[in-house]
Write a protein that binds this ligand. Structure first.
Ligand code: HPA
Ligand code: ZN
Length: 333
């Protein structure tokens, strides 16, 4: 059986499977520059983060109406439930849609009601995270945050994503300060392609409570010590790291070293339609390639809940589900 999990590092737009992309393209009379689903899937050969982001943003052209966003969200939640996800903290990129002329309200009207009904419809509790694009001006992010707050968007947190190398996180300090003042939690991508100092930067400049990826923190023992001491949750995405060449192979992934160093790590899928899988696929790959056993899988599952933005009583209830899973899962031979 699958361990129950919280999915904490998931870009909704990265769950757009080629089949749905073509369905929406037809519905919206948008042309995709690929002959068919197979041709699109065949283009999922990435050299680095930017080569992925170029296609990820291009494919968003099919997402136009609230109905499109609702269909995408439902498809993800259905698949996530089958993967053992009990709670999902879902990132969206509002700027990526605004820049294409899609009104914020289409995104919110599509995603909001589906997330609100998700526990009932899919057995998955949810929180919504608005992620800001690091390679766009911080002033733009600030104004989008103002619009989100004015629209009463059902946000739990803000995040920071997109191109890491060449773009500092520090200019986003006022955006994160405003989010904190509005009662929102804070996470940020760092240390995916950029150095360990980028991890420190999002903690210090943005007050990030959680770090997305953070794998390159392992290159600086002082940063590792700080992350371990402060129990900063790191949302690691092993399949993403391999597909984007942040690590040479799953067998060479720093995950076991991160766990051994006492870091608060959990594993997630990032952009599952593009990187070869949802959290069940991640779980299978870690068992097959890194030899993770029941105890490590239970520890990662528990960390996914303790690293979430849920209140303590909800975390405790989910931790009991993880303990029940571990008690019923046979030990490996
Ligand atoms: N890294 C940075 N930005 C992103 C990613 C990622 O893996 N996926 C979607 N936006
Ligand atoms: Zn990500």
């Amino acid at each position: 059986m699958r361990p129950p999990r919280a999915e904490l590092h998931l870009h909704l737009e990265g769950t757009l499977e080629p089949e749905l992309a073509f369905e929406l393209a037809e519905r919206n009379r948008v042309a995709l520059p690929f002959a068919d689903v197979d041709a699109l899937r065949a283009a999922y050969e990435f050299t680095d983060l930017q080569s992925f982001l170029d296609l990820y943003y291009a494919n968003m052209s099919v997402l136009r109406t609230a109905e499109d966003f609702a269909d995408l969200t439902r498809a993800y939640l259905r698949r996530a439930a089958a993967a053992g996800v009990r709670h999902a903290e879902i990132m969206v990129d509002p700027q990526a849609h605004l820049l294409r002329g899609i009104p914020l309200q289409e995104l919110l009207d599509g995603v909001g009601p589906v997330l609100a009904a998700s526990e009932r419809d899919f057995g998955v509790s949810t929180l919504l995270i608005a992620a800001f694009l690091r390679d766009r001006p911080a002033a733009e992010a600030y104004s989008v945050l103002e619009s989100l707050l004015a629209a009463g968007a059902p946000l739990a947190a803000v995040g920071l994503d997109s191109t890491e190398v060449g773009f500092s996180a520090a200019p986003f300090a006022p955006v994160f300060a405003k989010a904190a003042a509005a009662g929102l939690r804070r996470t940020a991508h760092a240390g995916e392609e950029g150095p360990a100092s980028n991890v420190t930067e999002v903690l210090d400049a943005l007050g990030a409570e959680r770090v997305d990826h953070g794998i390159r923190a392992m290159e600086d023992p002082a940063v590792v010590d700080r992350l371990a001491r402060d129990r900063v949750p790191l949302t690691v995405c092993p399949l993403s790291n391999v597909r984007l060449n942040a690590v040479p192979s799953l067998a060479a992934h720093p995950l076991p070293a991160m766990m051994a160093a006492g870091l608060h790590v959990s594993v997630h899928s990032d952009d599952p339609a593009y990187f070869g899988g949802y959290v069940d696929d991640v779980d299978d790959a870690l068992v097959a390639e890194l030899g993770l056993g029941r105890a490590e899988r239970a520890a990662l599952a528990a960390a996914s809940f303790t690293g979430s933005f849920l209140p303590a009583d909800r975390v405790d209830a989910y931790l009991r589900e993880v303990a029940d899973w571990a008690a019923s899962e046979p030990a490996e031979a």
